[in-house]
Design a protein around this ligand. Structure first.
Ligand code: 5AD
Ligand code: SF4
Length: 469
């Protein structure tokens, strides 16, 4: 049966279930990991809805649960296995429940055996770039008594085009512009589980964003493991800057974001494009990963500290008020105290708005996993604390410069902790909290005067405004 036929068949089955039970079958998707995974989950949800499932209010009511996994660090895997384990009891109570495990973790060698061994209550697994097969997988899972497996066989995969999405928000959307990664940073499992780099065609991307804006989307985030290498291998000669300009010209788009940028591939042309294009936001996520040249080389990053800092200078000279955020790993194999001091030095020199800091996690299959001199966990934890303390001071100082300024904020919704407070983001991606005004809706743009700043948040009051609606 082809994939379309499988979906049609599930629609029939689910309609029949609804007719007999007076209730539609429900789904839940639990997501771990990065934005690309969140985005994949929206596609999984879209596929499930096209089969006739509706979103469950809690996993206890779901008839099908899919866990979309991450394997970038061991801690993610531990959490995921904990979650899978906790579903065993639910499955015992409700044997008709289908449980699927999808995404990066399932592309790792041996993971399938682990699922078979410790999680026999799982009904199916689905690798990355396999979402188009979900209909057949679910049909098989309903009829077979054994684990149904659909994993990407090779590194050079097709891109799924035209699949439905069930997006979380009406006013903003993630749009994948490329898949996979060719960089092979020595610590990273991503190229091993997401395959080689493939760019979507500009036609497909522009058409998707145009349709989104017609439905009211105002902000798009262009996603890729290394967006700066967008276009390589496409028939049309195009690079990421060209694509940004095309998106910038789509009617009604208000904000364009993108991630992640690799410092080695970030060109002067791109800096200029961000400078001159009205809707591209002044925020660059530019992972440095480490400060020591020796470690950067062992990581296969393709730049040294000085080159990274020169790039930052160029960016800041050309793009006023730009914010730059980063990722840093501490405790890469062989990282000496002197190497770590270089990371601290880079932190002071770079003055990042925010740094996402990670303890190196040994991923089998990567080059770094076989390196001798793995760093003891206690040392890694101490370095992480030191780095975070330093970065927090810097983030706070940078935010203090924003006191008493008025910033353009796009409303996201109620704050997580307080229904009387609204949360929104500046163009530079800073989180701003301000008292709720009932006429404001997610996606509205307001001016907020900042009267208090913290390390991670800005606080203020809306100034008399025109929402632009
Ligand atoms: N250990 C710790 N952090 C890692 N990252 C990627 N691989 C690892 C690993 N093995 C971090 C990098 C990357 C971010 C998404 O996750 O900093 O930029
Ligand atoms: Fe991993 Fe490096 Fe590719 Fe990022 S660029 S996904 S860190 S290999």
């Amino acid at each position: 049966m082809n994939n379309m036929e499988a979906i049609a068949s599930l629609q029939q089955m689910n309609m029949e279930y609804d007719r007999l039970n007076h209730q539609k079958r429900q789904y839940a998707v639990l997501t771990y990991g990065c934005q690309m995974n969140e985005h994949d989950s929206e596609m999984i949800a879209g596929m499930l809805e096209s089969m006739g499932y509706i979103l469950a209010q809690s996993i206890n009511e779901a008839d099908i649960i899919i866990i979309n996994t991450c394997c970038v660090r061991e801690s993610a895997e531990q959490k995921i296995y904990g979650k899978i384990g906790s579903l065993k009891k639910i499955k015992e109570e409700r044997p008709h429940l289908l449980i699927g495990v999808s995404g990066c973790m399932m592309q790792k060698p041996n993971e399938l055996n682990r699922i078979r061994r410790i999680a026999p209550h799982v009904d199916f697994v689905l690798g990355t770039d396999m979402i188009h097969t979900l209909g057949n997988v679910i049909l098989d899972a309903y009829t077979q008594r054994k684990l149904v497996v659909q994993i990407s066989p090779d590194e050079y995969r097709q891109i799924d085009e035209g699949l439905p999405h069930s997006r979380q928000d009406d006013y903003r959307a993630w749009v994948a512009i490329m898949h996979g990664c060719n960089n092979f940073c020595t610590y990273c499992i991503v190229p091993h589980v997401r395959g080689r780099e493939r760019s979507r065609t500009p036609t497909a991307i522009i058409s998707e964003i145009t349709q989104l804006t017609r439905k009211g989307v105002k902000e798009v985030t262009l996603l890729g493991q290394n967006v700066n290498s967008y276009g390589r291998g496409l028939q049309t000669p195009i690079d990421f800057s060209d694509l940004l300009m095309m998106v910038n010209n789509i009617p009604n788009i208000q904000r364009i974001r993108f991630m992640t940028s690799h410092p080695r591939d970030l060109t002067e042309k791109l800096i200029k494009t961000i400078e001159i294009s009205k809707h591209v936001c002044e925020h660059i996520h530019l992972p440095a990963q480490a400060g020591s040249d020796r470690i950067l080389q062992l990581m296969n990053r393709g730049y040294n500290q000085l080159q990274y800092l020169e790039l930052l200078t160029q960016i800041r000279e050309r793009i006023p008020h730009v914010s730059v955020t980063t990722d840093i790993i501490v405790g890469f194999p062989g990282e000496t105290e002197d190497d770590f001091q270089e990371t601290l030095k880079l932190c002071v020199k770079a003055q990042w708005d925010t740094a996402y800091t990670f303890i190196y996690s040994n991923r089998s299959g990567t080059t770094a996993s076989t390196m001798v001199d793995q760093i003891p966990i206690a040392v890694k934890k101490r370095r992480l604390q030191e780095l975070m303390a330093l970065q927090n001071e810097i983030s706070l100082k940078i935010n203090q410069q924003l006191l008493s300024t008025t910033l353009e904020v796009m409303v996201e919704g109620e704050s997580q902790n307080d229904a009387q407070t609204l949360a929104g983001r500046t163009r530079t991606h800073k989180l701003v909290l301000f008292p709720k005004l009932t006429n404001l809706m997610p996606g509205d743009i307001v001016q907020v005067r900042i009267d208090e700043v913290k390390t991670w948040t800005l606080h203020g009051q809306v100034v008399p405004y025109d929402t632009g609606r």
